[in-house]
Design a protein around this ligand. Structure first.
Ligand code: SAM
Ligand code: SF4
Length: 329
């Protein structure tokens, strides 16, 4: 699949549910309205859709959400999709999780062929973690991380950089990830969906974070070998990798290789644009995949050049109305 700008689409991210057991302040409001369960694609339908994408050249599949591990029986979907790893059609099957249920899921994920996972953790301090996630239990996530390590999963920690919230912890996080053998990625807040707060006060440009880290750590550039939007550095003192995802200060769209599918079968060709394609209709229209494949190809032909995110005081409304949990981060 090649889009109008010559980018090969080889990466599908699937939000298997928009629901979550946490309410991170930058992601959701406390009182969220979720998609009614009756509108969700079944796990079998999600499998069929993902498999169609794999047939069209998708090599990397990431399950996300909302919180993917709160979807009932999601591990059976992971196990089923694992068959594409065995045939070599898929090179990587992975997920992004808040880690609250990893303690029980880690072993099955590893057995299904998952090698690496991203775990979001915005603070190492239990009370602060609670404040950021509103409902989270830090100890539970730590149990999950221990289980992931024990199962042999490689872990990347995602940290959203939040002004006045966790900005004084970043040195400690570099040290901790170094000791644990985790990669660490800092993310800028993106203006997606209404939250019960002011995003302009949360936004912390990663140029500042990187400059501050440079005062304590020696960060060496390394070639970006993940094909994603993160720019990676090696921390000489810990030996660990530290990445920066800067959608706001650096336009990462030129090399975009991904599209995103929601739990209702809507395909978003760009995280930062409203245009989307319905795949549920063609999926349900027939048992053969012909209509579905035609709809996927037609959607890829409409993939836009990039996003138009802006966070400043003149733009108080989100750039896109849907929350990150709908399309998956
Ligand atoms: N629940 C899982 C988790 O938290 O990892 C997966 C879904 S979550 C939407 C995926 C990632 O998006 C997380 O790392 C989260 O911190 C990030 N995220 C959510 N809302 C965001 C926003 N408005 N700007 C930047 N990152 C955001
Ligand atoms: Fe849930 Fe992930 Fe959003 Fe936090 S960032 S509310 S864990 S979906």
């Amino acid at each position: 699949m090649i889009d109008p700008f010559g980018r090969t689409i080889s990466y599908l991210r699937v939000s298997v549910t928009d629901r979550c057991d946490l309410r991170c302040v930058y992601c959701m409001s406390e009182d969220m309205t979720f998609v009614p369960k009756a509108q969700l694609l079944t796990l079998e339908e999600l499998d069929r859709l993902c498999s169609a994408f794999v047939g069209l050249g998708v090599k990397k599949l990431r399950l996300t959400g909302g919180e993917p591990l709160v979807r009932k029986n999601v591990l059976s979907l992971v196990e089923s999709l694992g068959r594409h790893l065995k045939t070599g059609a898929l090179s990587e099957l992975t997920l992004t999780t808040n880690g609250t249920q990893l303690d029980t899921a880690a072993e099955r994920l590893a057995a299904a062929g998952v090698k690496r996972i991203n775990v979001s953790l915005d603070s190492l301090d239990p009370s602060r973690f609670k404040a950021v996630t509103r409902w989270g239990d830090h100890a539970k996530v730590m149990d999950g991380l221990r289980a992931a390590k024990a199962a042999g999963l490689k872990v990347k920690i995602n940290v959203v950089a939040l002004r006045d919230v966790n900005e004084d912890e970043f040195d400690e996080m570099v040290a901790w990830c170094g000791r644990e053998g985790f990669d660490l990625v800092f993310i800028e807040t993106m203006p997606m969906g209404d939250i019960d707060g002011d995003r302009t006060s949360q936004y912390l440009p990663l140029s500042i974070v990187r400059a501050r880290l440079g005062q304590r750590w020696t960060l060496e550039s390394i070639p970006d070998n993940t094909g994603g939007p993160a720019r990676y550095m090696r921390c000489v003192e810990t030996g660990g990798r530290v990445g920066f995802i800067t959608p706001m200060t650096h336009n990462f769209c030129e090399s975009c290789n991904r599209v995103r599918l929601t739990c209702t079968g809507t395909l978003y060709m760009c995280l930062g644009q409203e245009d989307a394609a319905d795949l549920r209709g063609p999926l349900r229209a027939s048992e053969s995949d012909e209509k579905l494949i035609a709809a996927i190809r037609e959607a890829i032909a409409r993939k836009p050049k990039g996003h138009d995110f802006i966070i400043d005081r003149r733009h108080s409304r989100p750039a896109v109305g849907r929350h990150m949990s709908v399309t998956g981060g």
